[in-house]
Ligand binder design. Structure first.
Ligand SMILES: Nc1ncnc2c1ncn2[C@@H]1O[C@H](COP(=O)(O)OP(=O)(O)OP(=O)(O)O)[C@@H](O)[C@H]1O
Length: 378
């Protein structure tokens, strides 16, 4: 466990970056520090690996004051990942990852072998090992940064806005990858971001800091969305927090109803007879959804329903056909319904085949039921 006990950091110019912070960070989870610019996130993070020392109070790791160890000994057990990866430009990707193990006495060959495994772990093709950082995209460099931080197999990983400099799609990939890695590695990760969506997505626990370095709330993401302690936290987590909170409620209570479907290639006259409320979903040979046809679209189509002339579908909602269960949330279910041009969200099984449809009404009814049964945090 990492503990902040009444920790204050006052810089020499008098700036109070962190003010009487008390925080207990559990092992084996992702704890996110989030808050507006200048609220002391980076300063707090750096007090864990002694890049910054507190003015008052104590930071402990597993009950031991971090000041009891030299910074270099301490950092051997703490990986550190920063924005733009901070790679050594004149070393190959492989040698960037192998650097720390070599410094701490691992033989070069063994360190390189381990580095190659780590590159694979973070999703980089082996062919990238010989490249230099400048020959990689920002997202790829960030993956190397994560591999490098993992090279010494530290129990603790500090990540300071690691994904801020990449575009939103790459960022989304990197976030998914981090969650996948963490489910395998179970490190104690402290992650700094100013992006509340990133905090909600990644955090097992989220600490919201306010300017002046004061802790506003420390909670699970779902509790933060459901019960912000004050107006500052409420406005920081955002106006649509009610909708986003649906992301933490399982969608298993949403009934999957029928949906009209027609195989691609169906004669237009036959397809017209299959529409429900003017719509049908078009499926391929494996019953996977290709898009929608409407009565209007059919009247301007040729003889048969073609895959080229369809209205794009919305997001898909995954269910397990046998158990009827789902790994999706009420938010996934509602989004599938709202983003569908017909108003019916498509439910698919693990093979991607259409198994039925869901409507916004049924999702709202499932939410009401979850509230009645006390499943929604209050
Ligand atoms: N070395 C320093 N000397 C003086 N003041 C500093 C120093 N480092 C940071 N500060 C100040 O301490 C406060 C907290 O800074 P910190 O970098 O910890 O915030 P942050 O929440 O990480 O901000 P950002 O999201 O903008 O990176 C800010 O007011 C900052 O200007």
């Amino acid at each position: 466990m990492i503990e902040f006990q009444s920790v204050t950091k006052r810089y020499p110019d008098g700036t109070v970056a962190v003010d009487a912070l008390d925080l207990a960070i559990e092992d084996g989870g992702i704890t996110v520090l989030v808050g507006p610019s200048g609220c002391g996130k980076t300063t707090s993070l750096r007090m864990i690996n002694r890049m910054v020392d507190p003015s008052e109070g104590t930071v402990l790791i597993d009950g031991r004051d971090v000041r009891a160890q030299s910074p270099s000994a301490l950092r051997r057990g703490i990986g550190y990942v920063i924005q733009n990866a901070g790679l050594f430009p004149h070393r190959t990707v492989l040698d960037n990852v192998a650097t720390v193990p070599v410094l701490t006495g691992t033989g070069k060959a063994a360190a390189r072998k381990r580095a190659a495994e780590l590159l694979e772990t973070v999703g980089l093709p082996a062919a990238f090992a010989k490249r230099y950082p400048a020959q990689l995209s920002g997202g790829q460099q960030q993956r190397v940064g994560v591999a490098r931080a993992l090279a010494a197999d530290p129990p603790v990983l500090l990540m300071d806005e690691p994904f801020s400099a990449v575009d939103p799609i790459v960022r989304d990939d990197l976030q998914e990858e981090l969650l996948r890695l963490q489910s395998e590695l179970g490190k104690t990760i402290v992650f700094v971001t100013h992006d509340i969506d990133e905090a909600i997505k990644l955090g097992d626990k989220v600490a919201v800091l306010r300017v002046g370095g004061r802790l506003a709330q420390f909670d699970t993401p779902s509790a933060l969305l459901a019960n912000p302690v004050d107006d500052f936290v409420a406005s920081f987590v955002g106006r649509d927090r009610g909708y986003r909170a649906l992301g933490f409620l399982p969608g298993h209570g949403v009934p999957v109803g029928p949906v009209s479907s027609v195989p691609v290639g169906t004669a237009v006259d036959t397809a017209r007879g299959q529409l429900t409320d003017g719509w049908a979903v078009v499926v391929d040979d494996a019953k996977r959804p290709l898009g929608w046809v409407s009565a209007d679209l059919l009247s301007s189509s040729g003889d048969a329903v073609s895959a080229e002339n369809l209205i794009s579908g919305g997001s898909l909602y995954s269910v397990d056909a046998e158990s009827g269960g789902t790994s999706g949330s009420l938010r996934n279910a509602l989004d599938a319904a709202l983003s569908s041009p017909s108003g019916v969200g498509i439910a698919v099984d693990s093979g991607g085949a259409v198994v039925g449809g869901i409507t916004a009404d049924t999702v709202i009814a499932a939410l009401a039921e979850a509230r009645r049964s006390g499943e929604v945090p209050t």
